[in-house]
Design a protein around this ligand. Structure first.
Ligand code: FAD
Ligand code: DHB
Length: 391
């Protein structure tokens, strides 16, 4: 098989890239190791930055999002029993975010790709990327029980943290920057209307909690738990009791309970692989970087990478200049590091580090007080949350 751009992975990065290339008249083939139902149901991110919303609209992939997505103009920070609302449009010159789940973004992009895009092969597992430095990089993969080769002009590894594309960068050229956290998130979906009309980020002595939603009828909630926690070790009642404790306020706010339909634990990690390009192989999304989920940057960063790649390739096609492709890694990494910083700040602002000293606990509360009482600090948070602009 032969194509212009071989895309490994049909998560949000790979699917959106295929769509952007299709719109620019550039051929691609997407290889995805899992089946369609798995990709469409994998519970992950829930918040789209303004820039991501704009990109999906411009790509013609926003029809259902504009009908069903929930525009949010702020979040609530909750600490020491108090509530503080951060008003995004007022602080950022009109920016907001959209609550629209990653599962739904993927469903919409898959439907479009199958209707009018190039090949999207499910249960096609990439084994290795070869000849990255040549003019014809290749992806070896298995499909329908046979091994095959996809010959490309470019390969984009959108295959997530556990993918194979990153291995195409020789070890002596790779640099990895990493931090792990001694906690994870226990996430639940529950068939109950959200207890608040905006997201609530709560800092509590017992640990962080987050109230989010998937629709006006479905709540998504998270609890900070120790690293390595088994989700099934928590009964439904224990989860609701703990959420109630961590969200408790001095006023009459109440947490609504309902049937829990899914429970899982997400580990927390910061990770950046540099460079994001080697020869004609490019890395995008989680294949190149991971952020801890606090602040919902993962999916939005993946979108930024593939927009940067698609623009650079279209520019080369139009002008014959590889200038933008050559700058891909540096361009993406500037934004990636801003998101890494923001996600790290949000994580350390709101989570209870089991090793924190009483001094550090007080500093954490002082940081929160600063956001709640100083327009400059609050603006910094609002700008980071609604998203860093694409260059
Ligand atoms: P992925 O979505 O990981 O997609 C990669 C795709 O490549 C997958 O479909 C995979 O099956 C496929 N693949 C892998 N290897 C191969 C191979 N060898 N051959 C072919 N295909 C392959 N972000 C938030 O903002 N908020 C959250 O709440 C949140 N929760 C998360 C929970 C979990 C458990 C995880 C893992 C991530 C979470 N994230 C969250 C991060 C966010 O979901 C990711 O940043 C986003 O999915 C990145 O998209 P991607 O397309 O780069 O990678
Ligand atoms: C969600 C996830 C996040 O990481 C976040 O900061 C906000 C919302 C969510 O899954 O809804």
């Amino acid at each position: 098989m032969r194509t212009t751009v071989g895309i490994i992975g049909a998560g949000p990065a790979g699917l959106l890239l295929a769509r952007l290339l299709h719109n620019a008249g550039i051929e691609s083939v997407v290889l995805e190791s899992r089946d369609r139902a798995y990709v469409e149901q994998r519970q992950r991110a829930g918040i789209l930055e303004q820039g991501t919303v704009d990109v999906l609209r411009a790509a013609g992939a926003a029809e259902r999002m504009d009908r069903e997505g929930l525009r949010h103009d702020g979040i609530e920070l909750r600490f020491a029993g108090k509530r503080h609302r951060v008003d995004f449009p007022a602080l950022t010159g009109g920016r907001s975010v959209m609550v629209y789940a990653q599962t739904e973004v993927c469903k919409d992009l898959i439907a479009l790709q199958l209707k009018q895009g190039g090949p999207l092969l499910f249960e096609a597992e990439a084994l290795a990327v070869e000849d990255a430095e040549s003019a014809r990089p290749r992806v070896r993969f298995t499909y329908e029980g046979r091994e095959d080769v996809l010959e490309c002009d470019y390969v984009v590894g959108c295959d997530g943290f556990w993918g194979v594309a990153r291995k195409a960068v020789p070890a002596e050229l790779s640099r990895v920057f990493e931090r792990t956290y001694p906690f994870g998130w226990l996430g639940i979906l529950a068939d109950v209307p959200p207890s608040h009309d905006e997201l609530v980020y709560a800092r509590h002595d017992r640990g962080f909690a987050l109230l989010s939603m998937r629709s006006p009828a479905v709540s998504r909630l998270y609890l900070q738990v120790p690293q390595g926690t088994d989700a099934q070790a928590w009964s439904d009642e224990e989860i609701w009791d703990e959420l109630e404790r961590r969200f408790a306020t001095d006023d009459d706010w109440r947490l609504r309970r309902g049937p829990i339909t899914s429970k899982s634990v997400t580990p927390m990690r910061s990770y950046v692989h540099e460079p994001m390009r080697h020869g004609r192989v490019f890395l995008a999304g989680d294949a190149a970087h991971i952020v801890p989920p606090t602040g919902a940057k993962g999916l939005n960063l993946a979108v930024g990478d593939v927009v940067t790649f698609a623009r650079a390739l279209a520019y080369e096609k139009e002008t014959g200049s590889s200038e933008l492709l050559d700058a891909y890694s540096e361009t993406c990494l500037r934004r990636v590091w801003q998101a890494e910083r923001f996600s790290y700040d949000m994580t350390t602002l709101l989570h209870r580090d089991p090793d924190a000293t009483p001094f550090e606990d007080r500093i954490q509360l002082a940081r929160l007080e600063r956001v709640a009482t100083t327009r400059a600090a609050e603006t910094d948070l609002a700008e980071g949350y609604t998203g860093f602009p694409l260059e």
